[in-house]
Design a protein around this ligand. Structure first.
Ligand SMILES: Cc1cc2nc3c(=O)[nH]c(=O)nc-3n(C[C@H](O)[C@H](O)[C@H](O)COP(=O)(O)O)c2cc1C
Ligand code: SF4
Length: 520
């Protein structure tokens, strides 16, 4: 009889919830019962409220049990978990759980399904088909396929990826680079980590395609320093790909060379900004560079560089495999394809939800996320990280789309949503935004370096009721200066959470029934 296959996630979320202890206990109990089973350490499915989620392969499909504690293992085995039997922790066939079933997983198609470090598993689930096609059609057709897909950068600015690649490919140089931005500093985000821990070959394949497309032979993954597990998984996967001839010289007999290395981030939010990242990668302090020149012309070591977010690069294999027009068929307006939305904060069902652009914020927070974990009414959602606006409930009909969000002075950013219930004080959150900027500012330009500290002081005065009306005028004036005068988006976007809090929740700033107009 075939040994049962059991999946216990090795992802940081599941491990933090005790998945390693569960794997050990399971192995021990199976040995004690004389049962041979294959325990695969998969990545997370992204249904975090169920972690640690154990899955067992059955004729019906993969049956899940979660959230499991080590003390549940005996009763699970007694109930017949190895045959997918019922138990109070049973969640049924995992693919049938509505949270997963409602998703369109293109970038995250293999996440949680495969053994992250098995090339055989990766290839059995469509891996390396994209690279093979890129080799077949050649560099310029590969770039055009990415242009055709309509893919926009998933790191924050939403710049068209194909156009960036065209620029790098056309820049004359003896050396070009591919840099993956995996610094992932936005609040409530974890999509980059999930890919690195659950489907590392997908990123390696995406970066290899990028290298072949623009004529770059070296790549670097700049990973957030708080992701030690992801770093180790990536290093192992790179080694395996190299040994299999999928990195290094003459990849798949194509005559093309590409290799890559991991680099640990310096631990500052601003090091996620592309030019500060390049400085840090060169071994210097993470100080923002003035643009121009663009990194596409003069990037890493002054050479033309593709710097893309990890999700952008991990989306390349599916685009090359299925075609640019297949990908662009999903979405709305100029927001094409799918977005891995990360639902976090005070929410019942936190996790990753990949879906085509166009779903509304309200659907995401209430229908998918199930409202707040505290059971209290939702008051606001911060979208797009610490530089993103706070959206009130009356804006929940906004579709997830770059332009629709921009029209509300809001950001999609890296797709993170942080939900707050009615106990949140938005004046405190506005102060936090300024404080965060003061703490993380690289110090290169005055509006951000000095403005953020003045912003904290001014908000303190407003909150203390000191000359509130005058200080609110001053605050708006300061926000305008930061928006217009900052060198990068850290100083330039900090006003958005502050002004959205002021506009939508004036009562949190004191008894201000109507807001003073911005100073001219
Ligand atoms: C302060 C700041 C922090 C940023 N942090 C990140 C980050 O952690 N990850 C990321 O991909 N992009 C980040 N960005 C955006 C990058 O500068 C850049 O736009 C992105 O890496 C380009 O890749 P994409 O076109 O694939 O999105 C940040 C920008 C700013 C201003
Ligand atoms: S806005 Fe802030 S982080 Fe950006 S360059 Fe200026 S000082 Fe540095």
């Amino acid at each position: 009889m075939k040994s049962p296959r059991i999946f216990v996630p090795n992802d940081a979320t599941a491990v933090a919830c005790g998945a390693d202890r569960i794997a050990r206990k399971l192995a021990h109990e199976l040995l004690a019962r004389g049962v041979t089973a294959d325990i695969t350490r998969n990545g997370s499915r992204g249904l975090f409220w169920l972690e640690p989620l154990i899955e067992v392969e059955t004729e019906k499909g993969r049956v899940g049990y979660g959230p499991v504690k080590p003390s549940d293992i005996e009763s699970l085995l007694q109930a017949g978990m190895l045959h997918g039997a019922d138990h109070p922790l049973c969640v049924g066939v995992v693919d049938e759980i509505p949270y997963l079933k409602k998703q369109t997983r293109l970038t995250f198609a293999r996440v949680g399904i495969i053994d992250p470090l098995s090339l055989t598993d990766y290839e059995a689930h469509g891996g390396y088909r994209g690279l093979k096609r890129a080799i077949e059609i050649g560099p310029s057709a590969t770039v055009e396929e990415v242009v055709e897909s309509g893919l926009r950068g998933r790191g924050g600015a939403g710049f068209p990826t194909g156009i960036k690649w065209r620029t790098v490919a056309a820049a004359p140089a003896d050396q070009r680079y591919i840099v993956c931005n995996a610094d992932e500093g936005d609040s409530g985000t974890f999509a980059d980590r999930l890919i690195m821990e659950a489907d590392p070959f997908c990123l390696i394949e995406g970066m290899t395609i990028a290298g072949l497309a623009v004529g770059a032979t070296r790549g670097y993954v700049y990973s957030r320093s708080e992701y030690p597990l992801a770093f180790v998984v990536m290093e192992k996967a790179i080694e395996k790909a190299r040994n299999a001839g999928l990195l290094g010289k003459n990849i798949l007999g194509s005559g093309l060379d590409f290799d890559l290395e991991m680099r640990m981030g310096a631990g500052a939010y601003v090091c996620g900004e592309e030019t500060a990242l390049l400085e840090s990668l060169e071994g210097k302090r993470g100080l923002v560079r003035a643009k121009p020149p663009l990194p596409a012309h003069k990037g890493l070591f002054q050479k033309p560089t593709v710097i893309n977010n990890l999700v952008s690069l991990a989306t390349i294999p599916v685009i090359l495999d299925k075609g640019g027009s297949f990908y662009r068929d999903f979405g709305m307006g100029r927001s094409r394809g799918t977005m891995p939305i990360q639902i976090a904060g005070n929410v019942k069902f936190g996790g990753l939800f990949e879906t085509a652009f166009g779903i509304t914020l309200g659907e995401l927070v209430n229908d998918i996320g199930g409202g707040t974990a505290s059971g209290r009414p939702v008051k606001a959602v911060q979208a797009g990280g610490p530089l993103g606006a706070y959206l009130p409930v009356h804006q929940f009909d906004t579709p997830f789309d770059y332009e629709a969000f921009a029209a509300k002075d809001a950001l999609i950013g890296h797709g993170g949503l942080v939900v707050f219930d009615d106990s949140v004080d938005l004046a405190d959150m506005a102060r936090f935004a300024m404080e965060f900027c003061a703490h993380e500012s690289c110090g290169k330009c005055t509006p951000c370096r000095i403005g953020s500290t003045r912003g904290v002081e001014t908000l303190d005065k407003v909150m203390a009721g000191e000359q509130r009306a005058q200080n609110l005028v001053l605050l708006r004036d300061l926000c305008n200066t930061m928006k217009l005068g900052s060198l990068c988006a850290l100083g330039g976007f900090t006003p958005y959470p502050v002004l959205s809090a002021l506009t939508h929740f004036p009562e949190d700033f004191g008894d201000t029934p109507s807001l003073p107009a911005a100073a001219e």
